[in-house]
Design a protein around this ligand. Structure first.
Ligand SMILES: NC(=O)c1ccc[n+]([C@@H]2O[C@H](COP(=O)([O-])OP(=O)(O)OC[C@H]3O[C@@H](n4cnc5c(N)ncnc54)[C@H](OP(=O)(O)O)[C@@H]3O)[C@@H](O)[C@H]2O)c1
Length: 437
């Protein structure tokens, strides 16, 4: 080996050590001593990497921690590890698969039913290297896992967060949001390689965070997006092909030395969840526990609003919406019918008058007889069933106090009965018959 080669190797080694030291020195650490006893936190993708370290920190601070994961076995192992390390037994697993809106809805429904508060929601779950694949909800898999499900989950838990205010939402984004091809809302649905898919999903998270902060102003719920740094995790587990092998090698072997540990990577998320007095920065982006200026791509006027509208449409539960619309239409129709019903406004008293109402033991006939009795008339209930007519008579007398209500039997299916009834009326009631219904 020549002295030139040795010198070059020493130079590379020293440069690497200096770079590593520099990176260590600029790594932000959350110094907050905030205790979280009495608080509830949900962390998605908490079984490994940055999510696991975030959950571990919250458990150490005494929080009730919900690990929102898709794989029960992995999540249960993480739960046991966290309880073992912190002695906090309040760590629970709840299953959610961010590639399915049905799963996200079921998860949110269970949380809303079983939890009486939610102080911190950390939207951490994501996958890099997802390909041109559609979910059963018809969206690009990577976009749904990384962004659309985050949008849906957050919106479904907003009421609980508002009820528990002051509460916080932390959305894990990435510096890569600033890269990839130019973003527009229609790119949410077009596959242009997994780098674009990942970077666009992470930009969508930043735009969503800013828009949500505007909509939550004054609610006591604040929201932040974070870039955790380049962190040694399993994020490239789904990588395939040469690009996948390159990225895996880059992250796992060559650059590993320079990357943050998961614990270091979790610091900015933890900071945004617990640090006091950052509420005024709701909607802002944080790196290394410091607020940073918006990435240029996140400052396009109107883009956040446009993205919100598109996202709301994509996560819409059409089944529930259609059922709600039908129920709404039926209710409106019922109200319309109520408002257009004709009412007899006549105030005439019927004292001294005699009325006959056929079929008066029930329904419209009963209500008519009741009204006549209320107005003081002599009311004859012309019915075929003695018992039911007697019951109706008693009810009318009880409600009106008018004792002049009698039953006379008639069966309209028989002329003989009708004739007998009319004969009796003509003999006993004549000439005071005033109304026949
Ligand atoms: N590592 C970095 O350098 C880096 C840089 C910038 C931003 N980030 C962001 O940091 C966050 C955490 O990433 P990480 O590096 O800690 O990666 P990680 O170790 O791979 O963790 C990702 C987590 O998300 C979960 N997940 C993936 N797909 C899911 C799905 N369909 N439903 C539910 N959970 C799902 C994973 O669960 P399984 O274990 O079951 O797969 C895992 O728990 C991500 O948002 C990532 O984009 C990371």
């Amino acid at each position: 080996m020549t002295s030139y080669t040795v010198l070059s190797l020493v130079f590379i080694l020293v440069s690497a050590i200096v770079a590593k030291l520099y990176l260590k020195l600029i790594t932000g650490w959350c110094r907050s001593q905030q205790c979280m006893v009495g608080k509830t936190a949900i962390i998605t993708g908490a079984n490994t990497g940055i999510g696991f370290q975030t959950a571990l920190d919250f458990a150490k601070r005494g929080a009730r921690v919900i690990l929102a994961c898709r794989n029960y076995k992995k999540a249960e192992a993480a739960r046991r590890d966290i309880i073992k390390m912190t002695d906090n037994p309040n760590v629970f697993v709840k299953i959610v698969d961010m590639s399915s809106f049905e799963s996200v809805r079921a998860f949110a429904q269970e949380i809303n039913k079983t939890e009486d508060r939610l102080d911190v929601l950390v939207n951490n779950a994501a996958a890099a290297f997802l390909y041109d694949e559609k979910t059963k909800d018809g969206l690009l898999l990577g976009m749904q896992v990384n962004y659309f499900s985050l949008f849906l989950l957050t919106n479904l838990l907003l009421d609980l967060l508002k009820k528990s205010q002051p509460s916080r939402i932390v959305n894990t984004s990435s510096l890569l949001a600033e890269y990839g091809t130019a973003f527009s809302v229609d790119k949410l649905h077009k596959y242009n390689g997994n780098f674009d898919l990942y970077t666009h999903s992470k930009l969508a998270i930043i735009l969503f965070t800013k828009e949500l902060a505007k909509r939550l102003e004054g609610s006591g719920v604040t929201v932040y997006s974070v870039h955790p740094g380049a962190v040694k995790t399993d994020i490239f587990r789904d990588a395939e092909g040469w690009a996948g092998s390159f990225m895996t090698a880059l992250f796992k072997r060559w650059m590993n030395f320079f990357f943050k540990t998961s614990e270091e990577g979790a610091q900015t998320t933890i900071y945004c969840a617990v640090e006091k007095n950052i509420e005024k920065f709701s909607g802002h982006h944080f790196v290394d526990c410091r607020r940073v200026n918006d990435y240029k791509r996140a400052t396009v006027p109107g883009l956040g609003e446009q993205l919100w509208r598109e996202s709301a449409e994509c996560v819409m539960d059409w089944c529930t919406t259609i059922v709600s619309l039908i129920l709404g239409a039926l209710l409106a129709f019922k109200i319309y019918l109520r408002l257009t019903i004709g009412w007899c406004k006549n105030q005439t008293c019927l004292v001294g008058k005699t009325t006959i109402v056929t079929g008066a033991n029930t329904g419209i006939g009963f209500e008519t007889a009741l009204d006549f009795a209320k107005r003081g008339a002599r009311v004859i209930l012309a019915c075929r069933d003695q018992k039911r007519a007697d019951d109706a008579t008693k009810k009318i007398i009880r409600e009106t106090g008018n004792e002049n209500v009698v039953v006379k039997l008639v069966d309209m299916a028989s002329f003989e009965s009708v004739r007998a009834f009319a004969k009796e009326i003509n003999e006993t009631e004549h000439p005071a018959m005033d109304c026949l219904c």
